[in-house]
Write a protein that binds this ligand. Sequence first.
Ligand code: NAD
Length: 268
Amino acid sequence: MTSQVTFIGAGNMASAIFGGMIEGGYPAEAITATARGAQTLDALASRYGVHTTSDNNAAVENADVVVLAVKPQAMREVCHELRDSVQRQRPLIVSVAAGLSAETLDTWLGGNMAVIRCMPNTPSLVGQGASGLYANARVSEEHKQLATSLLETVGLVEWVADETLLEAVTAVSGSGPAYFFLIMEALEDAGKKLGLPADSARRLALQTAYGAASMARESEFEPAELRRRVTSPNGTTERAINSFEDDGLRQLFENATQACATRARELA
Ligand code: NAD
């Protein structure tokens, strides 16, 4: 039987997920979304055909899965508001909020809930996300399969066994899109310094990032091997790669991801 899925806080992340589910064939009539503004709700109903309401408690009645997708600072109030309904209904809880532990959410919801924490990233908005998931002890194998199938509609799903590893997920994929945007920016600027017109430099940098990512995903070889294969001895690419290595590119990534994980810990 199709699970009834309710999204509390139908903003960017929630609509990316249910948009992906619907595109993947999930029935829109099994999805309910809540938000604050009537205009937002009308737009969601006409665009996706999902049920909408501004009444969070009504949305949870009959829900098998409740996805909490409000901003972290609004979460405590929303959980308290939902406490009685979720204690009665006992749905699987999936939170996409950054920095709030499964235990905190469980406490705010009155305790003994099956809680999955998900760290998605923004490419989910174009169906190319990467999400790290952690389940507390009350989550069953069946629940995990259900969460995997829902989130796979917007990209890759990776489970972590230890909740603290979500900080590493944040450092690699949660914040990762921004690192690649920065690299695209830097490559574009470098191209301009070498004399390319600005729009050509941008197009070449973006297409190269996209092409390299597609190739790395589709290839039977790992990225290090693909790199070796395009690096002829004493050729142009080798000069560039040696320059990156000499300037400590790998250390820069290690430092940046450590800083990111530390910040994720501070915010928790
Ligand atoms: P958003 O502002 O687009 O969406 C939040 C939605 O919640 C809005 O539609 C708002 O109307 C609604 N809302 C606010 N208070 C509400 C309430 N009391 N009841 C019902 N609805 C309410 O935010 P977003 O970017 O989609 O982020 C949502 C969550 O996703 C956050 O917790 C964030 O940490 C997490 N997240 C987002 C991203 C991202 O890339 N956007 C990545 C990782 C995690």
